[in-house]
Structures are given as C-alpha cells and as structure tokens.
Design a protein around this ligand. Structure first.
Ligand code: SER
Ligand code: ZN
Length: 530
C-alpha cells in the first residue's frame, strides 16, 4: 500500500523570510514525526517537496504504512509545536488534497463509499482517489474504517481469498480395527427412514433419530458441561440486523445467512388481493408474497452465542459476578451452504449446544483449558472415538471477514481449536477429507466485549469464550466410527440405552421407501431393542 497527497496548512499570519528559514528547519522534525513508531523508517511517511503561497504551506507527502490521515495530523501537530512556540504562528486549518492510495492487486470497491472520488484498477494494482478532506473529516471514524477496509482488501488480494490456517495440535491413538464399520451413516439414517429430507439442507428427525441425537447431547451435558458448572439459558434465534453489525457477521458471512422479514401490516384485509389469488389459483408466488413483506430486518441464529454478548452489552460487571458460564441448546442455527450440502453432515438447519463464558483473561483461559480437557476425556474415554484437534483460523475472524494472520499456535492467546472426528466411510485416517469438524472451542479476546461495550467496574479487561457442539455432526461421526450395533458402542451409551428405552421406528405401508431400507431398519431395531 502506498499513500500520496498534499497537506495544505493554513496559517494565522503571513510568513517572513526568517519564518521560512524556520520552516525549513522544522521540516526535519516533521519528517521525524512521520516515521515515528516504524522500525524501518522507509515504512513511514516523508515530505517529498513543499512550498508556500499566501499564508498557506503545502507539503507533498508519501507514505507506505502510515495512514495518510494520520500523516496529515502529525504534520499539523509537529508544526504547531515548532512554529507555534518559536514564532507564534498559529494553524487555522489543514486540508488534505489530491490524496490517493495505491494498492497491490486489483481489488473491487464500491465507488459510492464516502470520501471516494474515483477508482482505477489496472496492471495488478488499484488506485483510490479521495475527495479533499479537512481536519474534521480526518478525525472521522468513517475515514479510518475506509482505510482499514482498503488495507484488508489488499491483504485478501495478496493471500488469494481466505487465508485458512490449520495446524494439528493433538490426535488420539488409532482405536478402530480392521473389522471397521465403513458405511455412510447419512445413507443408513435416510434409507431406514429415521430421518426424512424436508427441504434443501433440512431434515425431519423422527423420534428414533431424535433419541439418538439426544443420547449424545445428554451424555455430553452430563460428562462435560454440567460438571464444569455451566448453567442453561435460552437465547433468541432470530436476531435484529444490529447484532450482526456488531459481531461483524454482516460483513463476513452475509452470503450464508438466512434472513427474516415481518409482514408490512397486521391487518389481514390488506392482504386480500394476495389471499384471494392464493385461494383461487392454489399457488403462492414468492415474488407476490414479497410485496406484502417488510425488508429483512432480522437474520436467523448463526453463531448462536451472539445474544450472550448482547445481554451483557453496556453492563458493568464486578468481580463477584465473574466469571459467567452459560450454555444454550434451545434451538436451531441456520447456514445457507449452497453447493456444499450433504446428508446430516452439512445442513442449512442444524442443532448445537453452544457454551459461552465471560470473565477476566485468566478466568477465560482457565475455563477454556478445563473445557478442553473435559472434551478430550469425552472423546477419548467416554465415547472412545478417534479424534484430533487443530489450531485454526478463528471462527470470529472468518465470520466477520477479517483477514488477520493467525499467529503460531499459542494456547493462551485468543484463537480457535477445532475438534475433528474420523469418518472411516470417507477414506483412511491419513486423508484430510476423511475428518469431520464436529465442534470448536475459542477464546475471542475482546472481539465481542469491545463492540458490545461489556465493561468491568474497575476498568479491567474482559474476554469471552465459546464452544459449539454440533449435534448432527457428532451423531454422524459417532455412527460412522461405531456403527448401529450398541454391542460395539461405549459403555456409557449402552447404559443410556438400558435406562431409556428407545422409541419405536416409524413404519407405514409406504415408509421407509425401499425394501432394502426396511430390511436395514429391521436389523437396526433388533440391535437397539435387544
Ligand atoms: N459460535 C461458534 C461458531 O459459530 C461456536 O459454535 O463456530
Ligand atoms: Zn460461539
């Protein structure tokens, strides 16, 4: 990135030849101020030329990493100190003119953004011409955000889209033997009629499928969540846009969010034209329905922890209220996955236990560590699964469209750890694609406490953490490794089965659809009801 522009400094009086001599001297200080904070002075800014006409000093400046707004303000401050104190010359106004920003890579940017005059992209670089900015503009956060956006776009262009980080932390020993179950449980569940596809990426889970989902979820709550003192809360599942603005989701994942609209009116009579049409034609054209709806003012639950940050937003917390440890399992999350949808593994509507915590950095780290240990025990000893953990691009960066380089793995810093389970049906454990991410655990640092203004009464830093347990994915991975015969399941699930008899499967004249599916269901039921 390179910045160029002219800083015009309007003075309180005319300059004498003596004053001008002093300006020449002051220039050294100005240049020094422009490189302050940069190890390599070449990365800061510099004055390439300057001149004086009618009470106005003008400086042509260039900079590599020092933002041009900041450079203009530093020139003003530096001159104020030198000329103001030595020669009693005041500064009336400053103005940044003909400013341009050159970016490596051809990026796309909206010309209608504030302060943007023109954009040219060619030969692998992009130039953004800014409108003239006076001192008031230079201090506006909107300009700062524009410049940050340009910076991020450059980084993204350089890394070729999303920079995905994945670094193995730990993996379990190989546990499954050659008599391995290698069927695709997605197929078995559908063929046996335990689940039925409702719409793209959405399933109806019959009582027997629900039983299996609940079995894993209950065991997880009993073994991991409750012993650590997390308590249940119920979070809303439809969020006003404002929430997505604060978390960053509307910048980063707007393409995979599901939105909701309220009707324009509650008065049913105003719908009469539409309802008459539906009555007579027995059709519902979505574009007609849209005419009766307000613009989307909500999006459906996405990360599931957003309401937690909202709740503590603008609240003051003291030591006695910290740390806070909650979980929510009250409803589905929605992600529009477009082409990636598959079985129960990658769906649009999914269920998750979302664990959230808030506290001082040490508390947040300690809770994450305890939870991580409990997860490992859960995968290793309780469910006896083949698992691995990896240090990955934090979900809260990915989901807010931020491109920040992921630091080398340091467990005590903010970041995300993914839990992955092996799906034998997808290939040998050596293959990356044969592993399924079933959940994650994160420390967010101040990523949410800042925008939501969650504060400590003595000004101490507050951090948050969250962890998601994706019910469908855990079930698929469990069945992929253990199969449907409880004889081969871990003890805890066999006990569960004994204590809580599973419901009958649904069988009708026409359901499950295929003969093979019915036979398979027969076997499965023999196992489960043994
Ligand atoms: N909120 C986290 C995520 O969206 C954990 O569930 O990944
Ligand atoms: Zn979360």
């Amino acid at each position: 990135m390179r910045y160029r522009g002219t800083v015009r400094v309007e003075l309180s009086r005319d300059l004498t030849p003596d004053d001008l001599e002093d300006v020449k001297k002051a220039l050294e200080e100005v240049n020094r101020s422009l490189t302050k904070g940069f190890k390599d002075p070449g990365e800061g800014g510099k004055v390439v030329s300057w001149g004086y006409t009618e009470r106005v000093l003008h400086f042509e400046i260039e900079s590599r990493k020092l933002r041009i707004d900041e450079a203009a303000m530093r020139i003003k401050n530096s001159l104020e100190t030198s000329l103001g104190s030595r020669r009693k010359i005041g500064i009336r106004n400053i103005r940044l003119e003909n400013a341009l920003i050159e970016i490596d890579g051809e990026i796309r940017i909206n010309v209608r953004l504030p302060f943007v005059r023109n954009i040219e992209a060619s030969n692998g670089s992009t130039t953004i011409y800014l409108e003239a900015l006076d001192e008031r503009d230079l201090k506006k956060p909107i300009l700062l955000r524009l410049l940050r956006l340009l910076n991020e776009k450059e980084t993204r262009a350089k890394w070729g889209g999303k920079a995905e980080h994945w670094q193995l932390i730990k993996k379990s020993r190989a546990k499954l033997d050659v008599l391995l179950y290698t069927e695709d449980p997605n197929k078995v569940l559908e063929e046996t009629g335990l689940v039925k596809r409702f719409s793209i990426g959405q399933w109806l889970y019959t009582p027997l499928a629900t039983y299996l989902l609940n079995m894993l979820k209950d065991v997880f709550l009993q073994e991991v969540v409750l012993p650590l003192g997390f308590v249940e809360a119920i979070f809303p599942k439809m969020y006003p846009l404002e929430i997505g603005l604060k978390t960053g989701h509307l910048r980063g994942t707007i393409n995979s969010m599901v939105f909701a609209s309220l009707p324009k009116t509650y008065n049913i009579e105003e719908f009469e034209e539409l309802t008459d049409y539906i009555y007579v034609t027995n059709e519902v054209p979505p574009e007609e329905v849209a005419k009766y709806l307000r613009h989307p003012e909500y999006f459906l639950c996405f990360a599931q922890c957003e309401p937690f940050y909202w709740f503590f937003g603008s609240e003051l917390l003291d030591d006695s209220s910290l740390p806070i440890k909650w979980f929510d399992r009250s409803g589905p999350s929605f992600r529009w996955e477009s082409g990636g949808i598959y079985g129960l593994e990658r769906v649009i509507e999914f269920h998750r236990v979302e664990i959230v915590w808030l506290g001082k950095p040490d508390q947040v780290i300690e809770i994450r560590n305890d939870l991580l240990k409990a997860y490992e025990r859960f995968m290793d000893e309780v469910l006896e699964l083949e698992w691995r953990t990896a240090w990955v691009t934090p979900w809260y960066y990915e989901q807010s469209g931020t491109t920040e380089k992921v630091e080398e793995f340091d467990i005590n810093r903010p970041g995300t750890i993914d839990f992955e389970l092996w799906l034998p049906y997808k290939g040998p454990r050596e293959e990356h694609k044969a592993w399924l991410e079933v959940g994650n655990i994160s420390i967010h640092g101040t990523k949410f406490t800042e925008p939501f203004r969650i504060k400590h009464n003595r000004g101490e830093t507050l951090w948050t953490g969250c962890s998601g347990f994706g019910s469908q994915r855990w079930l698929i991975a469990f069945l992929a490794q253990k199969g449907f015969d409880p004889e081969k399941w871990p003890e805890i699930t066999r006990e569960y089965l004994n204590r809580n008899p599973p419901p009958e499967p649904i069988v009708t004249v026409t359901y499950p659809k295929t003969r093979a599916g019915r036979e398979e269901l027969g076997k499965l039921i023999k196992f489960l009801k043994r």
